[in-house]
Design a protein around this ligand. Structure first.
Ligand code: AMP
Length: 123
């Protein structure tokens, strides 16, 4: 079972930004920047290339909604989307996810996830 399945089934805690019947979005436990969020389909596929086209397009639509919310609530100036495929490209968790990483004109240390969650929670 992947770490994200354990988060989805509630056996380990997370900072949950969004959830519906097909997807969950959580704050990354080790954020690169304040508000670093992972958008994850609940049904396990190893990476984004393994997803069916409907799920992949829903994943992109949801990532757009969440990105707009992050930019708005955190006053970010930019955002980077990353999805790693296979360990050679840096993938560590073999369960599809997109990293949404907000960027700020002034570089600051990432803020504590609990404080950020209160600003951006969509559920
Ligand atoms: P990747 O290298 O693309 O597979 O990214 C996996 C990401 O999952 C990393 O950025 C980790 O910090 C993150 N991660 C691992 N365990 C957890 C967890 N329990 N809660 C939130 N994020 C996690």
């Amino acid at each position: 079972m992947t770490i994200f399945e354990k988060i989805i089934n509630g056996s380990i805690p997370s900072f949950k930004v969004y959830e519906d019947e097909k997807f969950i979005a959580i704050l990354d436990i080790n954020p690169t920047r304040t508000g670093h969020t992972l958008v994850i389909p609940k049904k396990v596929k190893e990476n984004v290339l393994q997803e069916d086209s409907i799920t992949r397009s829903e994943l992109f639509e949801l990532s757009t909604r969440i990105s707009n919310n992050l930019m708005d609530k955190l006053n970010a100036h930019g955002i980077k989307w990353i999805t790693n495929v296979n360990s050679v490209a840096g993938q560590e968790v073999f369960h599809t996810h997109i990293h949404l990483i907000p960027y700020y004109e002034v570089s600051i240390e990432p803020e504590a996830n609990q404080k950020i969650l209160n600003l951006i929670k969509m559920v």
